[in-house]
Design a protein around this ligand. Structure first.
Ligand code: 4AD
Ligand code: MG
Length: 476
């Protein structure tokens, strides 16, 4: 019978003939194969009797080779594992040339592994990260399914760019060298595939709102595209976003939902991905040893995740946050790049980091932002100058979630769109929601990769998605 490494190591399979297929991680002393098949962070040790094995075969057991092993599962003689395989036969399914194979059994830099992203998942670190990514994704669907939400597939190609969440990538089949032109010399998008200008979506929110106003509770979870030229460790041009949208829910309900949701998915991985988390925790501890004491973090990876799961997020209004920042040491000593002088200033990531990492030392939900630094669709407060927006900020990551209660009043929404020069005709369907059975409703967007960064302790967003798309980079 064929088993996975995970089954062999965790299930009580007693001394019997077994088969297994996987890739050689290392081959030591012409005798010990460490075999991995992706089912677990752990390798299984396969002991080859070199005296009875063909010399030519032994030479082909190299790091990276794919093999099919038959043998007996026995109690291990050595330390570090309970069981091992006494190999009776080994087939080389696919050779791996030992001199060229990029993933040698040694420490590689993340930069090098990014250039070899097609092979990096054969390392322990990346296999752990990608198993966690998969697990988080499952936990997200499970949370919404358990809580009465419907999964909605919002379109990836969109004809409206009114969301204003970021620069967009154009989708077009026109001949770029010789596009059709209108009489006044502009590109004639009427002749394009869709008969209008189209782009890749920056958010599924507006469409999700339409479904929330029929199905009550919905969410989207799909790829999202932003053509902003930000080469940071927290931005991708293609990322995945989770966007729930709920009818009859106000901003307070939205905060409760976001907090409960994030705690739930993080608890899921604490429970189901222990070995991968322990591996990543130790990786971080090793990395930290190279840093001066003052720069080391107070909590280990698992402690950080548990802290978030077990403690309430701090809810702070924008106005309170500005007061805290104005009176903070780095502001008074002009250590911030952007000094906070007055109410209305947009917060930079240095300010967000100060609030979560230095001042509150826990996740913070900032709410009620000035209307003029937030999107047109956010519900205007009675004060006439703030909107019911919320951002959730995490230690080490910064902004994890952006959301709001939506403006449900037709006249107020129209006025806002006029002020911002947003074409009513383009969003006729969005305005219809406010004409027919309008109601209070809210939602938020969670950047999936930022959540994976937090759960894995990885410092660069390029290392938590299989094939990162960033400015000047779309390899693989
Ligand atoms: O704050 P944002 O722009 O919000 C929206 O798009 C709303 N329409 C969401 C909603 O209310 N339904 O983006 C939401 C989150 C951010 O908080 C961040 O975590 C992530 O998406 N995000 C990015 N992640 C990776 N790379 C980028 N370039 C990102 N831009 C935003
Ligand atoms: Mg935002």
């Amino acid at each position: 019978m064929t088993y996975s490494v995970s089954q062999l190591l965790t299930q009580d399979i007693k001394l019997q003939p077994i088969e297994i297929k996987g890739w050689v991680r290392t081959f030591r002393a012409n005798r010990f194969i460490a075999l991995n098949d992706g089912s677990t962070i752990n390798n299984i040790q396969c002991v080859v009797d070199f005296e009875s094995t063909d010399e030519a075969i032994l030479k082909r057991i190299t790091t990276g080779a794919a093999v099919h092993i038959k043998g007996d599962l026995v109690e291990s003689q050595g330390k570090g594992q309970k069981v091992e395989i006494q190999v009776s036969s080994i087939d080389i399914l696919g050779d791996s040339h030992p001199e060229d194979y990029p993933i040698q059994p040694k420490k590689h830099s993340f930069e090098f592994l990014r250039e070899n992203a097609h092979l990096r998942t054969r390392t322990s670190t990346f296999s752990a990260v990608m198993r966690l990514r998969s697990s988080l994704s499952f936990a997200i669907h499970k949370y919404f399914n358990d809580n009465g939400f419907y999964y909605m597939h919002t379109p990836i190609i969109t004809g409206s760019d009114a969301e204003g969440a970021g620069e967009m990538f154009r989708v077009s089949t026109l001949d770029t060298k010789n596009p059709p032109l209108t009489d006044d010399g502009n590109v004639d998008y009427k002749k394009d595939f869709f008969g209008k200008e189209t782009n890749l979506t920056v958010s599924g929110q507006l469409e999700a709102e339409t479904y929330a106003m029929a199905l009550g509770k919905v969410y989207t979870f799909g790829p999202t595209f932003r053509a902003e030229n930000s080469n940071t460790s927290r931005h991708l041009a293609e990322f995945w976003m989770i966007e729930p949208e709920v009818a009859f829910m106000d901003l307070a309900g939205n905060m409760d939902l976001a907090e409960d949701f994030m705690k739930s998915v993080l608890s899921y991985v604490l429970e189901h991905n222990c070995e991968d988390l322990e591996f990543l925790e130790n990786r971080l501890l090793d990395e930290e040893k190279t840093k001066p004491q003052a720069e080391r973090s107070e909590m280990s990876l698992i402690e950080k995740i548990k802290f978030v799961v077990d403690n309430n997020f701090k809810r702070v209004s924008y106005t309170e946050a500005i007061d805290i920042l104005k009176n903070s040491k780095p502001n008074k000593k002009k250590k911030f790049n952007y000094i906070i002088e007055e109410w209305g200033a947009d917060l930079q990531s240095e300010h967000e980091r100060f609030l979560v990492e230095k001042h509150f030392k826990c996740p913070v939900i900032l709410f009620d932002y000035p209307a003029n630094i937030k999107a047109f669709y956010m519900r205007l407060n009675e004060d006439g100058k703030t909107v019911r927006a919320m951002d959730i900020l995490f230690p080490g990551i910064g902004e994890m979630v952006g959301g709001s209660q939506r403006e449900e009043r037709l006249d107020v929404l129209k006025e806002k769109m006029k002020a911002l020069d947003i074409d009513e005709e383009e969003l006729w369907w969005y305005l219809d929601l406010r004409k027919y059975g309008t109601a209070v409703h809210s939602g938020f967007g969670l950047g999936f990769e930022r959540l994976v960064m937090f759960a894995t302790g990885m410092g660069n967003i390029r290392d938590v998605i299989p094939y990162p798309r960033t400015p000047q980079n779309a390899e693989f």
